[in-house]
Design a protein around this ligand. Structure first.
Ligand SMILES: C[S@@+](CC[C@H](N)C(=O)[O-])C[C@H]1O[C@@H](n2cnc3c(N)ncnc32)[C@H](O)[C@@H]1O
Length: 271
């Protein structure tokens, strides 16, 4: 059974330790869907925007570049510090997506880039996004496509399933790929109070320096997947690393590795 408090604590302590590592591994990747995300949320000059689970602040910074007035919110003080350091002219604040530290109906647009799959209570966060939007405000979020398509996840999960134990004890959270399902995105957005939900897929490509990078990035720069890897027995972990290297080589282009990592982009309107 999911204990939202232990899952939140697990995620929180994970993110607190990896702002730099996350940027190094995922910065080049998650930024590829920023422009479609901002377009889906209708962000333009003068739009009042909240970037929820803002991490290093990529989306907030891009919204500010469009001339929007933006605030980024993240529950990790370390991530907020990293975002502020990278983007001194944008406002960032510590706060939980499931209980935003802001009044209602303040924003024209809300965005969440690859945050929803890290939340203990994503439905609560959707309701919060709806609460802080004014009538006619737009919400848009991204999540990874299924592991069959988001190849980096397919490779690591496949290697763990083949050589390790996918059921090691970790604080249980909601299904990682719940929002990879368009129907689930639509159902969840409607339940949270939004209308006119739409879902699209955004192609993205992860450029990794070498065939060992996927293992290193998954182990050092994520939270849930890193927990899964670190809980494997040492000898098994070596087998997983070897399997991931072999699979990654299939995507080698010169010295680099290019893994398709499409995103699901969902958006809706507050009535
Ligand atoms: C995968 S990162 C995404 C960062 C950034 N939005 C991006 O697109 O690269 C997930 C972020 O969600 C934040 N996060 C996780 N759970 C949260 C919660 N309950 N409330 C606020 N932020 C949360 C983490 O601290 C982390 O910065």
């Amino acid at each position: 059974m999911i204990d939202p408090h232990s899952f939140r604590d697990f995620e929180h302590s994970g993110w607190q330790g990896i702002p730099q590592q996350y940027h190094q591994a995922f910065g080049e990747l998650t930024t590829q869907s920023i422009e479609p995300l901002l377009d889906a949320a209708g962000v333009k000059a003068g739009t009042k925007v909240i970037d929820i689970a803002s991490g290093p602040g990529y989306v907030a910074a891009a919204a500010a570049r469009r001339g929007a007035t933006v605030i980024g919110v993240d529950f990790s003080a370390a991530m907020v510090g990293e975002a502020q350091r990278r983007n001194p002219d944008v406002e960032f604040r510590e706060g939980d997506a499931e209980q935003l530290p802001l009044g209602g109906a303040l924003f024209d647009a809300a965005v969440m880039s690859f945050g929803i799959l890290h939340l203990a209570r994503p439905d609560q966060a959707l309701a919060e996004a709806c609460r802080v939007l004014g009538s006619g405000g737009r919400f848009a979020f991204t999540a990874w496509a299924k592991p069959e398509e988001a190849v980096g996840f397919g490779i690591v999960l496949g290697a763990i399933a083949k050589h390790g134990d996918p059921n090691v004890r970790l604080p249980e959270g909601p299904p990682f790929f719940r929002f990879s399902e368009p129907d689930e995105c639509i159902r969840s957005l409607l339940t949270a109070g939004f209308e006119s939900p739409k879902v699209a897929k955004v192609p993205q490509m992860w450029h990794l320096p070498n065939p060992d990078s996927l293992f290193e990035f998954m182990k050092e720069s994520t939270v849930r997947t890193a927990g899964l890897l670190r809980a494997q027995k040492p000898e098994v972990l070596e087998e997983i690393r070897d399997a991931m290297r072999d699979e990654s080589k299939k995507y080698q282009r010169g010295n680099a590795v290019e893994l398709p990592m499409p995103a699901i982009l969902a958006c809706a309107i507050k009535p």
